[in-house]
Ligand binder design. Structure first.
Ligand code: ASP
Length: 581
Protein backbone atom coordinates (compact mmCIF):
# COMPACT_ATOMS: atom_id res chain seq x y z
CA UNK A 1 0.00 0.00 0.00
CA UNK A 2 1.12 3.54 -0.66
CA UNK A 3 0.10 4.50 2.89
CA UNK A 4 0.32 3.06 6.37
CA UNK A 5 -2.68 4.90 7.77
CA UNK A 6 -5.65 6.96 6.64
CA UNK A 7 -6.06 10.67 7.31
CA UNK A 8 -8.74 10.03 9.89
CA UNK A 9 -7.17 7.58 12.28
CA UNK A 10 -4.03 8.87 14.00
CA UNK A 11 -4.33 9.92 17.65
CA UNK A 12 -2.12 11.11 20.48
CA UNK A 13 -1.42 7.48 21.37
CA UNK A 14 0.34 7.13 18.00
CA UNK A 15 2.90 9.83 18.92
CA UNK A 16 6.40 8.97 17.82
CA UNK A 17 5.31 6.48 15.16
CA UNK A 18 6.76 6.80 11.69
CA UNK A 19 3.84 6.73 9.25
CA UNK A 20 2.95 7.41 5.63
CA UNK A 21 -0.25 9.15 4.56
CA UNK A 22 -1.66 9.80 1.11
CA UNK A 23 -4.46 12.14 0.13
CA UNK A 24 -5.55 15.49 -1.29
CA UNK A 25 -4.29 18.90 -0.27
CA UNK A 26 -7.23 20.65 1.35
CA UNK A 27 -5.35 23.74 2.50
CA UNK A 28 -1.82 25.04 2.47
CA UNK A 29 -0.72 27.88 4.73
CA UNK A 30 2.48 29.47 5.94
CA UNK A 31 3.15 30.76 9.42
CA UNK A 32 6.57 32.13 10.06
CA UNK A 33 9.05 29.42 9.26
CA UNK A 34 6.39 26.70 9.20
CA UNK A 35 4.19 25.38 6.41
CA UNK A 36 1.00 23.55 7.31
CA UNK A 37 -0.92 21.32 4.98
CA UNK A 38 -4.33 19.83 5.71
CA UNK A 39 -4.28 16.46 4.03
CA UNK A 40 -7.71 14.99 3.26
CA UNK A 41 -8.98 11.56 2.31
CA UNK A 42 -12.31 9.79 2.75
CA UNK A 43 -11.65 9.25 6.43
CA UNK A 44 -10.71 12.71 7.60
CA UNK A 45 -8.06 15.39 7.71
CA UNK A 46 -4.58 15.26 9.20
CA UNK A 47 -2.24 18.22 9.57
CA UNK A 48 1.21 17.97 8.00
CA UNK A 49 4.01 20.30 9.15
CA UNK A 50 7.16 21.37 7.32
CA UNK A 51 9.87 23.34 9.10
CA UNK A 52 12.03 25.82 7.16
CA UNK A 53 14.83 25.56 9.68
CA UNK A 54 14.95 21.79 9.76
CA UNK A 55 14.49 21.05 6.06
CA UNK A 56 14.33 24.14 3.82
CA UNK A 57 14.20 22.22 0.52
CA UNK A 58 11.28 20.09 1.61
CA UNK A 59 9.53 23.10 3.05
CA UNK A 60 9.87 24.99 -0.22
CA UNK A 61 8.50 21.98 -2.06
CA UNK A 62 5.51 21.88 0.28
CA UNK A 63 4.76 25.55 -0.33
CA UNK A 64 4.33 24.81 -4.01
CA UNK A 65 1.54 22.29 -3.43
CA UNK A 66 -1.78 23.57 -4.73
CA UNK A 67 -5.25 22.65 -3.64
CA UNK A 68 -6.35 19.11 -4.53
CA UNK A 69 -2.83 17.91 -5.40
CA UNK A 70 -2.56 14.22 -4.56
CA UNK A 71 0.47 13.67 -2.36
CA UNK A 72 2.13 11.15 -0.17
CA UNK A 73 3.98 12.15 2.98
CA UNK A 74 6.12 10.19 5.41
CA UNK A 75 7.03 11.46 8.84
CA UNK A 76 6.60 11.20 12.60
CA UNK A 77 3.39 11.63 14.55
CA UNK A 78 3.81 14.44 17.10
CA UNK A 79 1.62 16.11 19.68
CA UNK A 80 0.27 19.43 18.47
CA UNK A 81 0.81 22.53 20.55
CA UNK A 82 -2.21 24.24 19.04
CA UNK A 83 -4.86 21.51 19.24
CA UNK A 84 -8.03 21.48 17.14
CA UNK A 85 -10.89 19.94 19.14
CA UNK A 86 -13.17 20.03 16.09
CA UNK A 87 -11.57 17.09 14.31
CA UNK A 88 -10.72 13.63 15.66
CA UNK A 89 -7.08 13.94 14.58
CA UNK A 90 -6.83 17.44 16.06
CA UNK A 91 -4.40 16.50 18.83
CA UNK A 92 -1.59 15.46 16.49
CA UNK A 93 0.33 16.52 13.42
CA UNK A 94 2.89 14.88 11.16
CA UNK A 95 6.46 16.20 11.08
CA UNK A 96 7.12 15.41 7.45
CA UNK A 97 10.44 13.96 6.37
CA UNK A 98 9.60 12.83 2.86
CA UNK A 99 7.13 14.21 0.33
CA UNK A 100 6.00 12.92 -3.03
CA UNK A 101 3.55 14.43 -5.47
CA UNK A 102 1.48 11.54 -6.84
CA UNK A 103 -0.50 13.81 -9.14
CA UNK A 104 -0.89 17.57 -9.45
CA UNK A 105 -4.32 19.14 -9.82
CA UNK A 106 -5.78 22.12 -11.57
CA UNK A 107 -7.37 24.65 -9.28
CA UNK A 108 -10.84 23.19 -8.69
CA UNK A 109 -13.78 25.23 -10.06
CA UNK A 110 -15.19 25.56 -6.53
CA UNK A 111 -13.79 25.09 -3.05
CA UNK A 112 -14.03 21.60 -1.58
CA UNK A 113 -15.30 22.90 1.75
CA UNK A 114 -18.45 22.42 3.81
CA UNK A 115 -19.58 25.90 2.82
CA UNK A 116 -18.50 25.79 -0.78
CA UNK A 117 -18.66 28.72 -3.18
CA UNK A 118 -19.89 26.44 -5.99
CA UNK A 119 -23.46 26.72 -7.27
CA UNK A 120 -25.56 23.63 -7.82
CA UNK A 121 -25.12 23.42 -11.59
CA UNK A 122 -21.35 23.74 -11.35
CA UNK A 123 -21.14 21.13 -8.63
CA UNK A 124 -23.28 18.75 -10.69
CA UNK A 125 -20.93 19.18 -13.63
CA UNK A 126 -17.95 18.32 -11.45
CA UNK A 127 -19.80 15.82 -9.33
CA UNK A 128 -16.60 13.85 -8.64
CA UNK A 129 -15.23 16.96 -6.90
CA UNK A 130 -18.47 17.67 -5.12
CA UNK A 131 -18.43 14.10 -3.80
CA UNK A 132 -15.18 14.94 -1.98
CA UNK A 133 -17.19 17.26 0.29
CA UNK A 134 -18.20 16.06 3.74
CA UNK A 135 -21.91 16.43 3.24
CA UNK A 136 -22.01 14.17 0.22
CA UNK A 137 -19.67 11.72 1.85
CA UNK A 138 -21.91 11.56 4.89
CA UNK A 139 -24.96 10.96 2.69
CA UNK A 140 -23.35 8.17 0.68
CA UNK A 141 -22.09 6.51 3.84
CA UNK A 142 -25.59 6.63 5.29
CA UNK A 143 -26.90 5.07 2.11
CA UNK A 144 -24.31 2.32 2.30
CA UNK A 145 -25.10 1.64 5.94
CA UNK A 146 -28.82 1.40 5.25
CA UNK A 147 -28.28 -0.97 2.34
CA UNK A 148 -26.07 -3.22 4.45
CA UNK A 149 -28.50 -3.23 7.35
CA UNK A 150 -31.46 -3.93 5.08
CA UNK A 151 -29.55 -6.85 3.60
CA UNK A 152 -28.55 -8.10 7.05
CA UNK A 153 -32.11 -8.07 8.27
CA UNK A 154 -33.60 -9.64 5.16
CA UNK A 155 -30.92 -12.33 4.96
CA UNK A 156 -31.52 -13.17 8.61
CA UNK A 157 -35.17 -13.79 7.72
CA UNK A 158 -34.29 -16.17 4.85
CA UNK A 159 -34.88 -13.65 2.08
CA UNK A 160 -32.54 -14.20 -0.85
CA UNK A 161 -31.39 -11.52 -3.25
CA UNK A 162 -32.12 -12.43 -6.84
CA UNK A 163 -31.44 -10.20 -9.82
CA UNK A 164 -34.12 -9.71 -12.43
CA UNK A 165 -33.53 -8.40 -15.96
CA UNK A 166 -33.32 -4.76 -16.99
CA UNK A 167 -34.24 -5.35 -20.59
CA UNK A 168 -37.85 -6.43 -20.38
CA UNK A 169 -41.20 -5.48 -21.71
CA UNK A 170 -43.31 -2.89 -20.05
CA UNK A 171 -44.88 -3.44 -16.61
CA UNK A 172 -47.90 -1.23 -16.20
CA UNK A 173 -47.29 0.80 -13.06
CA UNK A 174 -48.91 3.88 -14.44
CA UNK A 175 -45.78 5.64 -15.66
CA UNK A 176 -44.18 5.97 -19.06
CA UNK A 177 -41.52 3.43 -20.00
CA UNK A 178 -37.99 4.12 -21.10
CA UNK A 179 -37.46 2.01 -24.18
CA UNK A 180 -34.36 0.54 -25.77
CA UNK A 181 -34.29 -0.32 -29.46
CA UNK A 182 -33.25 -3.86 -30.27
CA UNK A 183 -30.58 -4.16 -32.96
CA UNK A 184 -31.20 -7.84 -33.55
CA UNK A 185 -34.95 -7.42 -33.75
CA UNK A 186 -35.33 -4.42 -35.93
CA UNK A 187 -38.31 -2.24 -35.13
CA UNK A 188 -38.75 -3.87 -31.73
CA UNK A 189 -38.00 -2.42 -28.34
CA UNK A 190 -37.18 -3.52 -24.86
CA UNK A 191 -38.53 -1.50 -21.96
CA UNK A 192 -36.52 -0.76 -18.83
CA UNK A 193 -38.41 -2.03 -15.77
CA UNK A 194 -40.53 0.41 -13.79
CA UNK A 195 -40.19 -2.25 -11.12
CA UNK A 196 -39.49 -6.00 -11.08
CA UNK A 197 -43.15 -6.62 -10.19
CA UNK A 198 -44.01 -9.43 -12.57
CA UNK A 199 -40.62 -11.11 -12.17
CA UNK A 200 -40.84 -11.22 -8.42
CA UNK A 201 -44.28 -12.78 -8.73
CA UNK A 202 -42.87 -15.37 -11.13
CA UNK A 203 -40.15 -16.10 -8.56
CA UNK A 204 -42.92 -16.91 -6.11
CA UNK A 205 -44.42 -19.32 -8.64
CA UNK A 206 -40.92 -20.76 -8.95
CA UNK A 207 -40.88 -21.42 -5.21
CA UNK A 208 -38.31 -18.85 -4.03
CA UNK A 209 -40.67 -17.90 -1.26
CA UNK A 210 -38.74 -14.98 0.16
CA UNK A 211 -37.11 -12.70 -2.40
CA UNK A 212 -35.60 -9.26 -2.21
CA UNK A 213 -33.49 -7.07 -4.40
CA UNK A 214 -31.98 -3.64 -4.03
CA UNK A 215 -32.75 -2.72 -7.57
CA UNK A 216 -32.77 0.16 -10.01
CA UNK A 217 -36.13 1.08 -11.51
CA UNK A 218 -36.85 3.42 -14.40
CA UNK A 219 -39.84 5.68 -14.93
CA UNK A 220 -40.10 8.34 -17.59
CA UNK A 221 -42.05 10.84 -15.51
CA UNK A 222 -41.80 14.57 -15.02
CA UNK A 223 -39.23 15.21 -12.33
CA UNK A 224 -39.73 16.66 -8.89
CA UNK A 225 -37.52 17.01 -5.84
CA UNK A 226 -38.30 13.47 -4.76
CA UNK A 227 -38.19 11.87 -8.23
CA UNK A 228 -35.42 10.73 -10.53
CA UNK A 229 -35.83 8.91 -13.85
CA UNK A 230 -33.84 6.06 -12.36
CA UNK A 231 -34.21 5.30 -8.69
CA UNK A 232 -33.61 2.44 -6.32
CA UNK A 233 -36.08 0.19 -4.56
CA UNK A 234 -35.72 -2.37 -1.83
CA UNK A 235 -38.06 -4.75 -3.59
CA UNK A 236 -39.49 -7.67 -1.62
CA UNK A 237 -41.93 -10.53 -2.08
CA UNK A 238 -43.05 -13.46 0.09
CA UNK A 239 -45.23 -16.52 -0.36
CA UNK A 240 -47.77 -18.14 1.95
CA UNK A 241 -48.56 -14.90 3.71
CA UNK A 242 -51.48 -12.62 4.34
CA UNK A 243 -51.40 -8.85 4.75
CA UNK A 244 -50.73 -9.09 8.47
CA UNK A 245 -47.59 -11.18 7.87
CA UNK A 246 -46.23 -8.74 5.31
CA UNK A 247 -46.86 -5.71 7.52
CA UNK A 248 -45.23 -7.37 10.51
CA UNK A 249 -42.20 -8.57 8.57
CA UNK A 250 -41.48 -5.17 7.07
CA UNK A 251 -42.33 -3.22 10.19
CA UNK A 252 -39.51 -5.26 11.72
CA UNK A 253 -37.25 -4.26 8.83
CA UNK A 254 -38.10 -0.60 9.39
CA UNK A 255 -37.52 -0.92 13.13
CA UNK A 256 -34.21 -2.62 12.48
CA UNK A 257 -33.13 0.28 10.27
CA UNK A 258 -34.28 2.87 12.80
CA UNK A 259 -32.30 1.11 15.52
CA UNK A 260 -29.16 0.08 13.66
CA UNK A 261 -28.76 3.25 11.62
CA UNK A 262 -30.19 6.02 13.80
CA UNK A 263 -30.20 4.29 17.18
CA UNK A 264 -33.89 5.12 17.55
CA UNK A 265 -36.30 2.74 19.28
CA UNK A 266 -39.71 2.80 17.66
CA UNK A 267 -43.11 1.77 19.03
CA UNK A 268 -45.58 -0.34 17.06
CA UNK A 269 -46.45 1.64 13.92
CA UNK A 270 -50.02 2.92 13.97
CA UNK A 271 -52.29 1.67 11.20
CA UNK A 272 -54.95 3.75 9.60
CA UNK A 273 -57.27 2.96 6.71
CA UNK A 274 -57.04 4.94 3.51
CA UNK A 275 -60.58 6.14 4.10
CA UNK A 276 -59.79 7.38 7.60
CA UNK A 277 -56.55 9.02 6.45
CA UNK A 278 -58.40 10.97 3.76
CA UNK A 279 -61.16 11.87 6.19
CA UNK A 280 -59.00 13.25 8.99
CA UNK A 281 -55.78 14.31 7.23
CA UNK A 282 -56.92 14.85 3.65
CA UNK A 283 -53.96 12.77 2.49
CA UNK A 284 -53.04 9.14 1.93
CA UNK A 285 -49.58 9.90 3.30
CA UNK A 286 -50.39 11.83 6.46
CA UNK A 287 -47.75 13.59 8.46
CA UNK A 288 -48.71 12.58 11.99
CA UNK A 289 -45.94 14.48 13.72
CA UNK A 290 -48.66 16.93 14.75
CA UNK A 291 -52.42 16.78 15.26
CA UNK A 292 -54.82 19.38 13.82
CA UNK A 293 -57.05 16.62 12.46
CA UNK A 294 -60.14 17.44 10.39
CA UNK A 295 -63.60 17.81 11.84
CA UNK A 296 -66.56 17.52 9.46
CA UNK A 297 -69.24 20.14 9.89
CA UNK A 298 -72.03 19.43 7.41
CA UNK A 299 -74.61 18.80 10.12
CA UNK A 300 -73.83 22.05 11.93
CA UNK A 301 -73.16 24.46 9.11
CA UNK A 302 -75.43 23.57 6.23
CA UNK A 303 -78.96 24.90 5.82
CA UNK A 304 -78.38 28.22 7.56
CA UNK A 305 -78.71 30.26 4.40
CA UNK A 306 -75.01 30.40 3.49
CA UNK A 307 -75.07 29.35 -0.17
CA UNK A 308 -71.42 28.29 -0.38
CA UNK A 309 -71.88 25.75 2.39
CA UNK A 310 -75.37 24.74 1.33
CA UNK A 311 -74.14 23.79 -2.10
CA UNK A 312 -71.02 22.05 -0.85
CA UNK A 313 -70.71 18.31 -0.63
CA UNK A 314 -68.45 18.70 2.38
CA UNK A 315 -67.84 21.41 4.97
CA UNK A 316 -64.75 20.58 6.99
CA UNK A 317 -62.27 22.41 9.21
CA UNK A 318 -59.24 22.36 11.46
CA UNK A 319 -58.56 23.98 14.81
CA UNK A 320 -55.37 26.01 14.77
CA UNK A 321 -54.73 26.26 18.46
CA UNK A 322 -53.69 29.58 19.91
CA UNK A 323 -54.08 31.54 16.68
CA UNK A 324 -57.35 33.28 17.58
CA UNK A 325 -55.59 36.62 17.44
CA UNK A 326 -54.52 36.30 13.82
CA UNK A 327 -54.75 39.66 12.05
CA UNK A 328 -56.71 40.46 8.92
CA UNK A 329 -53.42 40.35 7.02
CA UNK A 330 -52.48 36.91 8.32
CA UNK A 331 -55.92 35.55 7.47
CA UNK A 332 -55.70 37.06 3.98
CA UNK A 333 -52.39 35.30 3.54
CA UNK A 334 -54.02 31.98 4.40
CA UNK A 335 -56.86 32.68 1.99
CA UNK A 336 -54.31 33.40 -0.74
CA UNK A 337 -52.58 30.14 0.13
CA UNK A 338 -55.70 27.99 -0.26
CA UNK A 339 -56.63 29.78 -3.49
CA UNK A 340 -53.35 28.94 -5.18
CA UNK A 341 -54.05 26.69 -8.16
CA UNK A 342 -51.96 23.88 -6.62
CA UNK A 343 -54.23 23.92 -3.56
CA UNK A 344 -57.39 24.80 -5.43
CA UNK A 345 -59.92 26.00 -2.83
CA UNK A 346 -62.17 28.95 -3.65
CA UNK A 347 -62.17 30.60 -0.26
CA UNK A 348 -61.53 30.20 3.43
CA UNK A 349 -63.95 30.71 6.31
CA UNK A 350 -62.64 31.39 9.81
CA UNK A 351 -64.10 31.40 13.29
CA UNK A 352 -62.07 33.17 15.96
CA UNK A 353 -62.69 32.07 19.50
CA UNK A 354 -61.57 35.29 21.18
CA UNK A 355 -59.59 35.11 24.41
CA UNK A 356 -62.51 36.90 26.15
CA UNK A 357 -64.85 34.09 25.09
CA UNK A 358 -66.67 36.01 22.36
CA UNK A 359 -66.90 34.58 18.88
CA UNK A 360 -66.07 36.34 15.62
CA UNK A 361 -66.29 34.73 12.21
CA UNK A 362 -66.05 35.67 8.55
CA UNK A 363 -69.64 34.43 8.14
CA UNK A 364 -71.28 36.37 10.99
CA UNK A 365 -74.01 37.40 8.53
CA UNK A 366 -75.26 33.83 8.39
CA UNK A 367 -74.35 32.38 11.76
CA UNK A 368 -75.09 33.69 15.25
CA UNK A 369 -72.67 32.97 18.10
CA UNK A 370 -75.25 30.41 19.25
CA UNK A 371 -74.90 28.66 15.86
CA UNK A 372 -71.12 28.71 16.11
CA UNK A 373 -70.66 27.61 19.70
CA UNK A 374 -71.51 23.94 18.94
CA UNK A 375 -68.91 24.08 16.13
CA UNK A 376 -66.25 25.24 18.57
CA UNK A 377 -67.35 22.55 21.01
CA UNK A 378 -67.00 19.89 18.35
CA UNK A 379 -63.38 20.97 17.89
CA UNK A 380 -62.95 21.13 21.66
CA UNK A 381 -61.67 24.64 20.98
CA UNK A 382 -60.47 26.91 23.77
CA UNK A 383 -60.62 30.71 23.87
CA UNK A 384 -57.72 31.93 21.74
CA UNK A 385 -58.15 29.23 19.08
CA UNK A 386 -58.83 29.72 15.38
CA UNK A 387 -61.04 27.46 13.29
CA UNK A 388 -60.35 27.36 9.53
CA UNK A 389 -63.04 25.91 7.29
CA UNK A 390 -63.14 24.88 3.63
CA UNK A 391 -66.10 23.63 1.64
CA UNK A 392 -66.80 22.09 -1.76
CA UNK A 393 -66.52 18.71 -3.44
CA UNK A 394 -65.35 16.09 -0.94
CA UNK A 395 -62.05 14.96 -2.49
CA UNK A 396 -60.85 18.40 -3.54
CA UNK A 397 -61.81 19.99 -0.25
CA UNK A 398 -60.06 17.33 1.78
CA UNK A 399 -56.92 17.63 -0.26
CA UNK A 400 -56.90 21.44 -0.03
CA UNK A 401 -57.43 21.34 3.74
CA UNK A 402 -54.67 18.73 3.93
CA UNK A 403 -52.32 21.22 2.25
CA UNK A 404 -53.44 23.99 4.59
CA UNK A 405 -52.92 21.73 7.60
CA UNK A 406 -49.34 20.96 6.53
CA UNK A 407 -48.68 24.63 5.87
CA UNK A 408 -49.99 25.61 9.32
CA UNK A 409 -47.89 22.86 10.90
CA UNK A 410 -44.79 24.37 9.30
CA UNK A 411 -45.74 28.00 10.00
CA UNK A 412 -46.31 27.24 13.66
CA UNK A 413 -43.21 25.06 13.99
CA UNK A 414 -45.28 22.14 15.20
CA UNK A 415 -42.87 19.70 13.55
CA UNK A 416 -40.00 18.97 15.91
CA UNK A 417 -36.72 18.24 14.13
CA UNK A 418 -35.31 14.75 14.42
CA UNK A 419 -38.68 13.17 15.19
CA UNK A 420 -39.86 10.21 13.09
CA UNK A 421 -43.49 9.13 12.95
CA UNK A 422 -43.96 6.05 10.79
CA UNK A 423 -47.38 4.57 10.10
CA UNK A 424 -49.12 2.13 7.81
CA UNK A 425 -51.93 3.26 5.58
CA UNK A 426 -54.01 0.19 4.67
CA UNK A 427 -57.10 -0.81 2.68
CA UNK A 428 -56.46 1.37 -0.34
CA UNK A 429 -59.18 1.33 -2.98
CA UNK A 430 -58.52 -1.27 -5.66
CA UNK A 431 -59.52 0.90 -8.59
CA UNK A 432 -59.56 4.54 -9.46
CA UNK A 433 -62.02 5.99 -11.96
CA UNK A 434 -60.58 8.39 -14.51
CA UNK A 435 -63.09 10.94 -15.81
CA UNK A 436 -61.02 11.89 -18.81
CA UNK A 437 -60.56 8.43 -20.30
CA UNK A 438 -63.78 7.11 -18.73
CA UNK A 439 -62.17 3.97 -17.42
CA UNK A 440 -60.80 2.40 -14.26
CA UNK A 441 -57.13 2.34 -13.43
CA UNK A 442 -55.52 0.15 -10.81
CA UNK A 443 -54.76 2.31 -7.80
CA UNK A 444 -51.65 0.26 -7.00
CA UNK A 445 -51.14 -2.09 -9.96
CA UNK A 446 -53.24 -4.67 -11.81
CA UNK A 447 -51.87 -7.61 -9.80
CA UNK A 448 -53.16 -6.32 -6.46
CA UNK A 449 -55.78 -8.50 -4.82
CA UNK A 450 -59.13 -7.14 -3.70
CA UNK A 451 -60.14 -7.83 -0.12
CA UNK A 452 -61.83 -11.25 -0.30
CA UNK A 453 -65.00 -9.86 1.29
CA UNK A 454 -65.15 -7.19 -1.44
CA UNK A 455 -64.94 -9.60 -4.40
CA UNK A 456 -68.74 -9.83 -4.79
CA UNK A 457 -68.79 -6.03 -4.93
CA UNK A 458 -66.17 -6.19 -7.70
CA UNK A 459 -68.17 -8.75 -9.65
CA UNK A 460 -71.68 -7.41 -9.24
CA UNK A 461 -71.61 -4.10 -7.39
CA UNK A 462 -69.92 -0.73 -7.37
CA UNK A 463 -66.30 -1.36 -8.34
CA UNK A 464 -65.28 2.05 -6.96
CA UNK A 465 -66.04 0.82 -3.46
CA UNK A 466 -63.84 -2.26 -3.64
CA UNK A 467 -60.94 -2.17 -1.22
CA UNK A 468 -57.60 -3.81 -1.89
CA UNK A 469 -55.21 -5.66 0.34
CA UNK A 470 -52.78 -2.86 -0.35
CA UNK A 471 -50.70 -0.81 2.06
CA UNK A 472 -48.17 2.00 2.22
CA UNK A 473 -45.49 2.74 4.75
CA UNK A 474 -45.44 6.48 5.44
CA UNK A 475 -42.82 8.31 7.47
CA UNK A 476 -43.24 12.01 8.29
CA UNK A 477 -45.67 12.58 5.45
CA UNK A 478 -43.52 10.81 2.85
CA UNK A 479 -44.57 7.59 1.16
CA UNK A 480 -41.59 5.34 1.81
CA UNK A 481 -42.99 2.09 0.49
CA UNK A 482 -46.03 0.40 -0.90
CA UNK A 483 -47.20 -3.08 -1.69
CA UNK A 484 -50.05 -5.50 -1.72
CA UNK A 485 -51.24 -9.04 -1.51
CA UNK A 486 -51.34 -10.28 -5.10
CA UNK A 487 -53.92 -12.06 -7.11
CA UNK A 488 -52.73 -15.66 -7.58
CA UNK A 489 -55.83 -16.98 -9.28
CA UNK A 490 -56.08 -16.84 -13.03
CA UNK A 491 -59.82 -16.24 -13.06
CA UNK A 492 -59.62 -13.32 -10.66
CA UNK A 493 -56.71 -11.85 -12.60
CA UNK A 494 -58.80 -12.10 -15.77
CA UNK A 495 -61.67 -10.31 -14.07
CA UNK A 496 -59.29 -7.60 -12.95
CA UNK A 497 -58.00 -7.10 -16.50
CA UNK A 498 -61.59 -6.89 -17.70
CA UNK A 499 -62.39 -4.19 -15.16
CA UNK A 500 -59.34 -2.30 -16.36
CA UNK A 501 -60.73 -2.36 -19.88
CA UNK A 502 -58.30 -4.86 -21.38
CA UNK A 503 -59.68 -7.13 -24.07
CA UNK A 504 -58.79 -10.80 -23.64
CA UNK A 505 -56.30 -10.44 -26.50
CA UNK A 506 -54.61 -7.41 -24.95
CA UNK A 507 -54.38 -9.15 -21.59
CA UNK A 508 -52.97 -12.25 -23.25
CA UNK A 509 -50.38 -10.40 -25.32
CA UNK A 510 -49.17 -8.24 -22.42
CA UNK A 511 -49.50 -10.61 -19.51
CA UNK A 512 -49.92 -14.04 -21.05
CA UNK A 513 -46.71 -15.17 -19.38
CA UNK A 514 -48.09 -14.36 -15.94
CA UNK A 515 -51.51 -15.87 -16.60
CA UNK A 516 -49.85 -19.02 -17.87
CA UNK A 517 -47.65 -19.19 -14.80
CA UNK A 518 -50.75 -18.98 -12.64
CA UNK A 519 -51.83 -22.28 -14.17
CA UNK A 520 -48.84 -24.08 -12.72
CA UNK A 521 -49.31 -23.77 -9.00
CA UNK A 522 -48.99 -20.13 -7.99
CA UNK A 523 -48.80 -19.84 -4.19
CA UNK A 524 -50.62 -17.07 -2.33
CA UNK A 525 -48.12 -14.23 -2.16
CA UNK A 526 -47.63 -10.57 -1.46
CA UNK A 527 -44.89 -8.02 -1.05
CA UNK A 528 -43.77 -4.48 -0.91
CA UNK A 529 -41.18 -2.14 -2.40
CA UNK A 530 -39.49 0.70 -0.59
CA UNK A 531 -38.21 3.82 -2.29
CA UNK A 532 -34.63 3.50 -1.10
CA UNK A 533 -33.52 6.97 -2.16
CA UNK A 534 -36.42 8.56 -0.30
CA UNK A 535 -35.87 6.47 2.77
CA UNK A 536 -32.20 7.44 2.95
CA UNK A 537 -33.16 11.08 2.39
CA UNK A 538 -35.64 11.00 5.28
CA UNK A 539 -33.11 9.34 7.57
CA UNK A 540 -30.49 11.87 6.54
CA UNK A 541 -32.84 14.78 7.20
CA UNK A 542 -32.56 16.02 3.60
CA UNK A 543 -35.05 17.58 1.22
CA UNK A 544 -33.93 16.19 -2.10
CA UNK A 545 -33.14 12.59 -3.03
CA UNK A 546 -30.54 14.00 -5.40
CA UNK A 547 -28.28 14.70 -2.45
CA UNK A 548 -28.29 11.02 -1.55
CA UNK A 549 -27.50 9.62 -5.01
CA UNK A 550 -23.89 9.53 -6.18
CA UNK A 551 -24.57 10.59 -9.75
CA UNK A 552 -28.08 12.05 -10.02
CA UNK A 553 -29.80 13.73 -12.93
CA UNK A 554 -30.91 17.34 -12.86
CA UNK A 555 -34.44 18.73 -13.09
CA UNK A 556 -34.54 18.26 -16.82
CA UNK A 557 -33.51 14.61 -16.53
CA UNK A 558 -29.99 15.36 -17.71
CA UNK A 559 -26.70 14.14 -16.38
CA UNK A 560 -24.75 17.37 -16.87
CA UNK A 561 -21.46 15.72 -15.99
CA UNK A 562 -21.42 13.17 -18.79
CA UNK A 563 -23.80 15.31 -20.87
CA UNK A 564 -26.52 12.76 -21.39
CA UNK A 565 -28.91 12.15 -23.07
CA UNK A 566 -27.02 12.86 -26.27
CA UNK A 567 -27.30 12.28 -29.99
CA UNK A 568 -26.02 9.03 -31.47
CA UNK A 569 -24.21 8.62 -34.76
CA UNK A 570 -25.99 7.88 -38.02
CA UNK A 571 -24.04 4.64 -38.03
CA UNK A 572 -25.58 3.60 -34.73
CA UNK A 573 -29.00 4.66 -35.88
CA UNK A 574 -28.74 2.59 -39.04
CA UNK A 575 -27.71 -0.43 -37.05
CA UNK A 576 -30.76 0.01 -34.88
CA UNK A 577 -33.05 0.47 -37.83
CA UNK A 578 -33.82 4.04 -36.80
CA UNK A 579 -34.44 6.40 -39.72
CA UNK A 580 -31.59 8.78 -40.40
CA UNK A 581 -32.95 12.22 -41.19
N1 ASP B 1 -43.97 -2.95 -7.64
C1 ASP B 1 -44.62 -2.05 -6.75
C2 ASP B 1 -44.10 -0.63 -6.94
O1 ASP B 1 -43.09 -0.43 -7.57
C3 ASP B 1 -44.42 -2.40 -5.31
C4 ASP B 1 -45.09 -3.68 -4.90
O2 ASP B 1 -46.29 -3.84 -5.08
O3 ASP B 1 -44.37 -4.54 -4.34
O4 ASP B 1 -44.70 0.31 -6.44
Amino acid sequence: MLRTHTCGELRLTDSGKKITLAGWVQRNREMGGLTFIDLRDRYGITQLVFNMEINPDLCREARELGREFVIRATGKVAERSNKNPKIPTGDIEILVEKLEVLNPSQTPPFTIEDHTDGGEELRMKYRYLDLRRNENKKNLLLRHKMAIEARNYLASKEFIEIETPYLIKSTPEGARDFVVPSRMNEGQFYALPQSPQTFKQLLMVAGYDRYYQIVRCFRDEDLRADRQPEFTQIDCEMSFVDQEDVLNTFEELAKHLFKSVLNIDTQAFPRISYEEAMKIYGSDKPDIRFGMTFVELNHLMKDKGFQVFDQAELVVGINVEGCGEYTRKQLDELTDFVRRPQVGATGLVYIKYNPDGTIKSSVDKFYTPEDLKPVLDLFEAKPGDLILILAGGTDKTRSALGDLRLDMGKRLNLIAPGVFKPLWVVDFPLLEWDEETQRFYAKHHPFTAPKPEDIPQLMFGDAKKVRANAYDLVINGVEIGGGSIRIHDKGLQQLMFQKLGFTDEEAASQFGFLMNAFEYGAPPHGGIAFGFDRWVTIFGGGDSIRDFIAFPKNNAGRDVMIDSPSAISDEQKKELGIKVR
